[in-house]
Design a binder for this molecule. Structure first.
Ligand SMILES: Nc1ncnc2c1ncn2[C@@H]1O[C@H](COP(=O)(O)OP(=O)(O)OP(=O)(O)O)[C@@H](O)[C@H]1O
Length: 269
């Protein structure tokens, strides 16, 4: 890794961030598999309290970027500063504290099928906190309520839930530790338009009421129009453009133009 060639990401405040402060900053991110380079010299800033929508053609690396930020796939180069800590140099204790402050909803939910919803929600609590079962049960009930699931859904197994309920249960698990930042990988995929709109409203209301920062990979134009504060477009191995929906609507890059103003986009209106 050529750390010296990469501009240092601005260090954010370690604890309390104000709305608009940069809480995650990635610089010079390069990720590849074998001889295939997926992301090259990518820069990205995420601001406290925003809902940032990530779009890009299929296979451009949206999930890979999210996983690289989370440390689930290795970077070949680049630095990431999150909550004021450089992921490269963070101590084990700092890394643990970062992991307690972010939550993830993976594509397809990724709930453990052999555990009930309640047990799934309690997994991060077991991993990171030492709480009594009674307290964890109370917290799980609160999380179910927060995401709009009935309490009896907590005793069900993922296979007994509808697609929309699985998304909500996964969100409840992502919120288990009261994170400051959540990563959502295609949260509305597979939902019907009404279910998707309801999930969008839930995401927006959680972000506005809890001050939650949301990083959302999506293909859903409705989500991008209705709840995202900013949109980042991934293409040519980097962030091709970032800005408001109006910025995207007036961007003349061919892919961005066809995505936001093409036939499919026009069908929305
Ligand atoms: N573990 C891996 N090993 C090898 N190649 C991988 C791995 N993970 C992802 N890739 C490749 O990286 C590229 C980007 O994948 P990624 O899943 O990030 O795309 P995406 O933008 O999220 O696409 P989609 O919108 O279709 O979900 C793809 O070509 C994929 O095959």
């Amino acid at each position: 890794m050529h750390a010296a060639e990469i501009t240092d990401p601005p260090a954010g405040p370690p604890e309390e961030a104000e709305p608009g402060d940069i809480i995650l900053s990635a610089r010079g991110i390069t990720v590849g598999f074998g001889s295939k380079i997926i992301l090259k010299d990518l820069d990205l800033d995420i601001r406290q309290g925003e809902i940032l929508g990530f779009v890009g053609g299929s296979g451009t690396g949206k999930s890979v970027l999210m996983r690289a930020i989370l440390g689930l796939v290795p970077r070949r180069a680049g630095r990431i500063n999150v909550f004021g800590y450089d992921l490269e140099t963070a101590t084990a204790a700092q890394r643990q504290s970062i992991e307690r402050r972010w939550g993830v909803l993976f594509q397809q939910g990724a709930l453990f099928s052999s555990l009930t919803v309640r047990q799934n929600i309690q997994l991060p609590m077991r991993e990171h906190l030492k709480l009594s079962q009674k307290l964890m049960d109370e917290l799980a009930s609160l999380k179910l309520e927060l995401v709009g699931l009935p309490q009896d859904a907590g005793h069900k197994y993922p296979s007994e839930l509808s697609g929309g309920m699985i998304k909500r249960a996964s969100l409840a698990r992502a919120l288990a530790l009261d994170p400051d930042l959540v990563f959502l990988d295609e949260p509305t995929s597979g939902l019907d338009p009404i279910g998707a709109a309801a999930f969008d409203m839930l995401t927006e209301s959680l972000s506005r009421t809890l001050g939650l920062t949301v990083y959302m990979v999506t293909h859903d134009l409705d989500s991008l129009h209705s709840i995202c504060d900013r949109i980042a477009v991934l293409g040519q191995k980097k962030v091709l453009a970032i800005g408001s929906i109006d910025d995207m609507m007036s961007n003349d890059d061919p892919w961005i133009k066809s995505y936001f103003r093409g036939e499919r986009a026009l069908r929305r209106t």
